[in-house]
Write a protein that binds this ligand. Structure first.
Ligand SMILES: Nc1nc2c(c(=O)[nH]1)N[C@H]1C(S)=C(S)[C@@H](COP(=O)(O)OP(=O)(O)OC[C@H]3O[C@@H](n4cnc5c(N)ncnc54)[C@H](O)[C@@H]3O)O[C@H]1N2
Ligand code: MOO
Length: 403
């Protein structure tokens, strides 16, 4: 059987899509509902009840049986947590609390401050003091108003927010089925990288340790380790061979320089190339390889190339695929000025975006050399510029940042 891989220098769109397609969703596990926040839902959450379960009052006041008062006060107050057994006739009223189940025969509820009670004992009456209430079903929250039993409330593949877990609990769930996290290890290759202090001639401050563990976590990966690897074939091979993480991200060593060993090391450990460089700038040398169900993503040493070509183009869709989430969506915007791109490569461009009367305009930032981070640090989105570039006020695709 011949494999469709490796893809050598595919287009940016194919690389982005392929990194998602090759990842099969991981197993799932059951967690208490509150622990679901931040996790990715593995199965749809359906309502286990008609929500709300009861027809209740939205106000403290009086449930009345008809539109015309005064109404005689009857016993059997409908307080929250207590179901009144009363059946109201059109001339009856019963005390009701917010959240109380409305008795049968209720025409509507009048809030307490819009009423007056007169008489005493068995001859107590209530009258309305404002014309606005009651009306049919005033302040009544009908059963099933928010959802019907079995209705899908949160679809599988959603990263759960606090509001999602609250909704799931209100719909009767104690536990939720969420995706197991994909473990991830980050290997920083290179002799010249300095982990702290002021870089001197021949050195660069490492751009990856300060961002990638948190960045990978934002993508839903569970970072199990971070290792700095010297620039030798042995050390690189050894690092790849000993990593048991599901996703191994390396930085540096992707090009053809005298100390760029990544391709050879990947071959030595038996990894099969899936994507070998991408027709994009910056980020051309990014690669994706796999060994069984383990993925290796090789990012270039240049910080912007690693962020745009590696994290945004390969690692994010891969993480989404492993977590059973959709491929990150591309939206569209208009360019506020022309943006250049090479004749045969897609260019990823950090931009700022402005909403002008409902239309989004994107503007290219300065500082976009592949060794820089200042442009991306000031961006709120990334524009995907097709080969050849675009003019002013042209439609372009836009990717949201992960943060
Ligand atoms: N002859 C060729 N040379 C290069 C090519 C090519 O096709 N042919 N491609 C260029 C492109 S494009 C890129 S991108 C880089 C890729 O470089 P590598 O992945 O091999 O990475 P290094 O050579 O190790 O480093 C490149 C650059 O990045 C700096 N770096 C490395 N690690 C870090 C770090 N942790 N933090 C900050 N900066 C880092 C390093 O000092 C270099 O300046 O290759 C081009 N060359
Ligand atoms: O791909 Mo390199 O990132 O153009 O500098």
């Amino acid at each position: 059987m011949t494999s469709e891989f490796p893809l050598i220098e595919p287009t940016w769109h194919i690389a982005h899509q392929t990194a998602h397609t090759v990842a099969a969703a991981l197993h799932s596990r059951r967690v208490p509902v509150a622990d679901g926040v931040g996790q990715v839902l593995a199965t749809d959450v359906r309502s286990l009840i008609d929500l709300p379960y009861d027809t209740t009052s939205a106000m403290d006041g009086w449930a009345v049986g008809g539109s015309q008062g005064p109404w005689r006060v009857v016993d059997g107050a409908a307080l929250a947590g207590h179901v009144s057994q009363v059946t109201l006739t059109p001339k009856d009223a019963v005390l009701i609390a917010t959240g109380g189940v409305v008795p049968s025969g209720t025409f509507g509820v009048i809030r307490r401050e819009f009423t007056e009670v007169f008489g005493d004992g068995a001859d107590s009456f209530v009258r309305a003091t404002h014309e606005s209430e009651p009306f049919a079903n005033s302040h009544v929250r009908p059963c099933g108003d928010e959802a019907r039993r079995d209705e899908i409330l949160v679809p599988a593949g959603t990263r759960l927010s606090p509001a999602h877990t609250a909704l799931a609990a209100m719909a009767g769930h104690d536990t939720l089925e969420v995706r197991c996290a994909a473990s991830c290890e980050i290997l920083v290759l290179g002799d010249e990288v300095l982990r702290s202090g002021i870089p001197r001639s021949g050195q660069v401050r490492d751009a990856f340790e300060p961002q990638f563990a948190a960045y990978a976590a934002l993508l839903g990966l569970e970072v199990s380790g971070f290792r700095f690897i010297p620039d030798t074939l042995e050390a690189t091979t050894q690092a790849l061979a000993t990593s048991s993480a599901r996703v191994v991200i390396s930085t540096g060593g992707t090009a053809a320089g005298p100390k760029d060993f990544l391709h050879t090391a990947l071959e030595t450990v038996g990894a099969q190339m899936v994507i070998d460089s991408i027709a994009m700038r910056p980020g051309h040398p990014n690669l994706l390889a796999r060994r069984g169900d383990q993925f290796f993503v090789g990012l270039p040493g240049n910080p912007l190339s690693a962020s745009l070509g590696g994290m945004l183009t390969l690692v994010r869709p891969l993480a989404c695929g492993l977590l059973g989430m959709e491929l990150p969506e591309l939206t569209s915007a208009l360019t506020s000025t022309s943006i250049k791109a090479p004749a045969h490569d897609t260019r990823l461009v950090p931009v700022t975006s402005q909403n002008r009367s409902g239309t989004f305009f994107v503007t290219e930032l300065p500082w976009l050399n592949s060794g820089m981070m200042r442009g991306l640090a000031n961006a709120d989105a990334v524009a995907v510029i097709p080969p050849g570039g675009v003019g002013e006020r042209e439609v372009v695709e836009v990717l949201a940042l992960a943060w």
